[in-house]
Design a protein around this ligand. Structure first.
Ligand code: ADP
Length: 478
């Protein structure tokens, strides 16, 4: 199938070429250049801010049902172009094609969910404090939203932010990752076909993330930034947003523990472990970073896990039999290698992997004998490396699992009901998977605590991040 790429920003309802300079989008599986995309940068951001500001007045005045109709059209168009979107996504991000297809339906599901949820944004009438007063509470859209998104979910990280924003009457400017602008621009094309009024959705592509981010943060018109990416960049955006006291939603890094207790169903736990670790070659913020296995089941778990990992097929994501695609770039490969070297120097044993079969490809790797001094226990490896720690007691593992500055996803396996309740309540994380390694869905609130960020995406809570509460007090009622 020949794929058509859009190569410039989508602003005010049109694809516009703002800059003659371009940047290359690379296929990490082959190092081929897929397209040269217009480097629209700060100029593009400014045009988009103007367009989004102008469109706000029209968009926020529509009824929630009218907005829902646009969203549903967009949703249906995405599903009917599922194959093409998935192929583009795999080509630019390296993600295995079966996962890209999954991401298209996952990403689209946020649009469907919020098309409905937007209709249920209701206010309140409060019993007044005196007989002459009446108190009403209404919820209104925050306004123009800036969304900055990463490459590891080129579609879903966009829809998860902008679907709730659009549903409640905000207009948006998206700055997608420079690694994966093609999926974002395809999405823009479908938004155009869905007939959104010009300026409601703007997608600006460019190489200089820092300057584009600064422009969004400094603009008094942009009322909120929603960001998914590293904790370091989240902190920069928070600092930059202080001048304009912007609201922020931040989905930042994680350091997910995966605990297997003696009472666990080991086969289920192994399946959950493979899903939570090797999805997108370990490049998601909810991927397991640390495996804690209780002593009685340690040998059995490792043996079965090793057997399953050996079955994973590594190769270009576009070939449907492959489970592990390339990592995104050279920096990602370097990070994985540094973490393994550090772990080995502190006593870890490489049970499997630790080789680079081709340029950006890295084999699924298993490390045993890991300890708290290793980099891999403190920071996200963001690659196909499983680090194993052994433990004896529940209290001990809770303390170790919580001993991190991050607090995004966590997982554990047990068949003991009391333990399941205790551990769920004691894990200091925004999300807990009990007897499952897959927790992401549009119907549940995704988000973290501590250095993993603030705000929630998806579910009935997802609209709150894009709404202001206004209280109206009517006095002198006779
Ligand atoms: P990752 O390691 O996943 O790429 P980053 O936080 O570096 O995480 O990047 C996430 C997104 O933020 C990407 O789109 C990237 O281009 C963008 N980005 C990186 N640095 C900045 C910055 N200083 N300001 C705004 N956006 C940035």
């Amino acid at each position: 199938m020949s794929l058509k790429y859009h190569k410039s920003s989508f602003i005010n309802g049109c694809f516009v070429e703002i800059n003659e300079q371009t940047f290359s989008v690379i296929n990490p599986a082959t190092m081929e250049t897929l397209a040269k995309v217009s480097n629209d940068g700060v100029k593009g951001i400014n045009l988009a801010i103007k367009a989004a500001d102008k469109a706000l007045n029209i968009w926020k005045k529509k009824t929630s049902s009218q907005r829902s109709e646009y969203l549903k059209k967009w949703y249906n168009l995405i599903l009917s172009h599922q194959e093409s979107i998935a192929q583009i996504m795999t080509l630019e991000s390296g993600k295995p094609i079966k996962e890209s297809l999954g991401e298209v339906s996952y990403g689209a599901s946020f649009i469907e969910w919020f098309a409905e949820e937007g209709k249920r944004v209701n206010g309140d009438i409060i019993s007044p404090h005196n007989s002459e007063s009446r108190i009403h509470v209404i919820k209104q859209p925050i306004g123009v939203i800036g969304a900055i998104t990463p490459w590891n979910f080129p579609l879903a990280m966009i829809t998860r932010k902008i679907a709730p924003a659009l549903a409640v009457g905000c207009t948006v400017i998206v700055r997608p990752s420079e690694e994966t602008p093609l999926t974002a621009l395809y999405l823009a094309d479908l938004a155009k076909q869905a007939g959104f009024p010009p300026g409601v959705i703007n997608i600006v592509v460019g190489l200089d993330a820092s300057a584009m981010g600064k422009e969004l943060c400094n603009s008094p018109i942009v009322k909120k930034i929603s960001f998914t990416g590293s904790t370091k960049v989240g902190q920069i955006l928070m600092r930059q947003s202080s001048n304009t006291l912007k609201k922020l939603s931040l989905e930042l890094g994680g350091n997910a523990p995966f605990i297997v207790f003696n009472s666990a169903n080991i086969d289920d736990a192994v399946n959950g472990a493979i899903t939570s670790k090797y999805r997108n070659s370990g490049q998601t913020c909810v991927c397991t970073n640390r495996f804690y296995i209780q002593d009685d089941v340690f040998e059995e778990f490792i043996k079965k896990f090793l057997e399953s990992v050996k079955k994973l097929k590594i190769g270009p994501g576009i070939e449907s039999q492959n489970d592990i695609g390339p990592l995104i770039n050279k920096r990602a490969i370097q990070k994985v290698q540094d973490f393994i070297k550090d772990a080995e120097s502190k006593g870890a044993h490489v049970l499997l992997g630790n080789d680079q079969p081709a340029q950006f490809f890295f084999s699924p790797t298993i490390l045993t004998g890991c300890n708290e001094n290793m980099l891999i226990s403190k920071e996200e490896v963001f690659g196909p490396v499983s680090a194993f720690f052994k433990f004896s007691a529940e209290d001990e593992v809770i303390e170790k699992a919580n001993n991190t500055k991050y607090g995004l996803a966590s997982y554990f396996y047990t068949q003991d009901l009391n333990q399941s309740i205790r551990v769920s309540e004691n894990l200091e994380y925004g999300m807990v998977g009990v007897n499952t390694g897959l927790i992401s869905t549009a119907v549940a609130p995704f988000g973290g605590i501590k250095f993993s960020g603030q705000g929630r995406e998806g579910s009935k809570y997802g609209v709150d991040d894009y709404l202001e509460i206004k209280y109206i007090c009517t006095g002198s009622v006779k």
